[in-house]
Design a protein around this ligand. Sequence first.
Ligand code: ATP
Ligand code: MG
Length: 399
Amino acid sequence: MLPVFTQAIPILTKIEKAGYEAYFVGGCVRDYLLGRVISDIDIATSATPSEIKQIFPRTVDVGIEHGTVVVLWNNETYELTTFRTDGEYIDFRRPSEVTFIRNLHDDLKRRDFTMNSIAMDKGGTFTDPFCGKQAIRSKVIETVGSPRERFHEDALRMMRAVRFVSQLQFSVEQNTYHALREHAPLLENVATERKTVEFEKLLIGKGKEQALQILIDTSLYKYLPGLKGKQPALEQMVKLNIEPLAIDEMWTLLLYLLGTTIDHPETFLRQWKLPVKKIKKVTLLLQLLHHRLQQKWTVETLFDAKLENAIHTEKIYNILQQHDVLKGIMDLKKQHSLLPIKERQDLAVRGDDLMKWYDKDGGPWIKEVLQIIERAVITGKIENEKVQIREWLTKCNLK
Ligand code: ATP
Ligand code: MG
């Protein structure tokens, strides 16, 4: 067994000693069987959240109404979810209430796909009532039970199916695929935040082209924020067929391809309820990309953009131009390394020096003068050296 699992075995043992059952379950078991890197360990248990809290001193309530408690153990966090069945589904959303149960089989039955409904005990023995291992071997995504019913219960599962296509490069089993086409409009009822989580995972997956093609073919894209009527941009993205990019780069690329068909990038990104910080970053990258498409980097644009943003931009630029991405980035890094300073803090003079030289109190003028010096240094007019800068300032007669 992998260390990620063996480290968590004491948790399972403690739960069992207290008289309950506990298993590894969900994505970690699936990814283990696939030989993929395991992102997080999920544990399913017959103990209720309050029983778990009696066993472990350090816990965090994250979704107690759904039966989930996070246990802190040896500087790691583990999500423990009580076996449950989901109650009535209203409006194709997650159930408003869940019922805790003591039986593993029924807990596995409420899970979305067969590949995600395998449990593994601490000895490495699997419980796999829905033949998830076989699905993993055949690389197929199929719902546990009738896909129509399961998508009716929770329409987000349709987005999850497509993001797994991208993430795992699996295909969608035929019945499940038909149900996607039939029930795509139900996605309208799903909370945006949940769609965003899945769409972002889709965008950064290796099989994003296949996944985007499924979004198009099943019409699911029409029920995603701001994408109705935007089939051409998605098709262009499919055609690009590129290596996985970071999520901010993917949003930037998508916005670029949407081009003039959207009014404001910020509005589009807000529709996805992305955090303000991400919206700002992507908007900046989009501006830099437009600039880059018009002209090469200059010392000034490169200095202002900062290396990290310039690299993101250069990557997308080279993809769009079908140029060699690695070479583009190497050239850019070289150009950046030649900049006399990399940021304002690298200047040989500071505000204190200016106050002394001009015998003036601090104020907004300092920032202005520093900016003038900064431009002169990066464009090579003067060297980044205190005496020279002072002489140059005297000559310029700056007040
Ligand atoms: P990842 O590797 O991205 O974490 P995951 O399969 O672990 O993938 P999670 O969102 O962490 O995805 O969910 C953990 C498990 O909970 C899933 O493997 C699945 O068994 C179950 N699950 C999650 N979302 C749903 C859902 N909407 N309907 C039914 N079961 C779900
Ligand atoms: Mg998970």
